[in-house]
Design a protein around this ligand. Structure first.
Ligand code: SAM
Ligand code: SF4
Length: 340
């Protein structure tokens, strides 16, 4: 039977063309703002198999999704993950009536990039986002609870050498890297990478307190402007980032401000967790169960129906807020489960 090719359009007339697919909730780091040291990972039976992930991705591609970002957890710690990248890579630019991808990309902590950079490029990946919150090895070890900065920097260099464009993502953290942000941006731009700053979001229980970590980007920007000339840049990546140019480094800086500036009006994306739960919004609670669909007797029919249903649950905007000390997080789900 021919696949359902109906475009995915939500209740606010936004067309969904971008899927963030989490391939694992596991990780080789334990970033303090992301998960507790003793993170409880999911039992394997709950996690979609690579074949199921592939089938889910194809259902989205058939409905007009042209960009997929693989994330996690740490996508590169999943065994055989590169097979999924290769399979999806074959859909890039390949419109044979089943839908095609314009871009396949991933978000990684970089620890295993040296090993995979060439394979990723060969599979059709052209850009990767790498998370880098500090350039100081002692701080890195404290923040991620693992001593791996050298590996990450090697991974970033390997990605560049393989021909992958690298965008560095830095979460602004009060009392942790606030004093280092200009240095990270200058380093990134000097290496020819784009840099993006992100406000910490209230997702999941962690060992510390969110209010202690939260550093508004309005404040970071004011501090950067004391040192540098920032001018608005009209570039849009189709995501929530707004951009400025840094005259002194010649590079572009993205700012993602879920808390100080809502960005939902042009949202074109949905997220699927590693257990196959579709969230139409990172901040939303409602979900559609794609795992039940893909494990049903008629996986393709059930997936098509589930995607249509998902369009009815996408909220107009998220409503994040950082709670006071001792209060539960706004959302119990960790970023590593939903996929960052
Ligand atoms: N492990 C990969 C990595 O670190 O890039 C991919 C998954 S990680 C969950 C994706 C992104 O989410 C990273 O850039 C990370 O810094 C960010 N992140 C995790 N928890 C966050 C939080 N509570 N608020 C803001 N960003 C968060
Ligand atoms: Fe792992 Fe990424 Fe979360 Fe850090 S932010 S613990 S690297 S999933």
């Amino acid at each position: 039977m021919a696949p359902d090719r109906t475009p995915l359009i939500d209740g606010f007339q936004r067309r969904i063309t971008y899927l963030r697919l989490s391939v694992t909730d596991r990780c080789d780091l334990r970033c303090q703002y992301c998960m507790p040291e003793k993170m409880q990972f999911l039992p394997r039976a709950e996690v979609l198999t690579l074949e199921e992930l592939h089938r889910v991705a194809l259902a989205f591609i058939a409905r007009g999704v042209t960009k997929i970002r693989l994330t996690g957890g740490e996508p590169l710690v999943r065994r055989d993950m590169i097979d999924l990248v290769r399979a999806l890579g074959r859909r890039i630019g390949n419109d044979d009536g089943q839908g095609h991808l314009d871009e396949l990309t991933l978000t990684t902590n970089g620890t295993r990039l040296s090993e995979f950079a060439d394979d990723l490029f060969a599979a059709g990946v052209r850009r990767v986002n790498v998370s880098l919150d500090t350039l100081d090895p002692v701080r890195f070890a404290e923040l991620s609870r693992r001593d791996r900065l050298a590996q990450v920097l090697e991974g970033i260099a390997a990605a560049k050498a393989a021909g992958l464009a690298v965008k560095l993502n830095t979460v602004a953290l009060k009392g942790v890297n606030g004093d280092e942000i200009a240095e990270i941006i200058a380093w990134a731009h000097g290496e020819g990478h784009e840099a993006t700053l992100i406000e910490v979001m209230p997702l999941g229980e962690i060992d510390g307190e969110r209010v202690d970590q939260y550093l508004p980007l309005t404040q970071v920007r004011a501090e950067l402007e004391r040192r540098w000339t920032l001018t608005e840049d009209s570039h849009r990546s189709g995501g929530p980032a707004r951009y400025v140019r840094v005259a002194e480094t010649g590079g572009r800086l993205g700012l993602i401000t879920p808390l100080t500036g809502n960005f939902c009006d042009g949202c074109n994306r949905v997220r699927v967790t590693t257990t196959g739960q579709l969230y139409a919004c990172l901040g939303g609670r409602e979900q559609v169960d794609l795992r039940a669909a893909v494990r049903s007797a008629d996986p393709d029919g059930a997936l098509a129906a589930a995607l249509t249903e998902a369009m009815t649950i996408k909220p107009h905007r998220h409503a994040f807020a950082i709670r006071e000390k001792g209060e539960a997080p706004a959302l119990a789900r960790h970023m590593s489960v939903t996929g960052g």
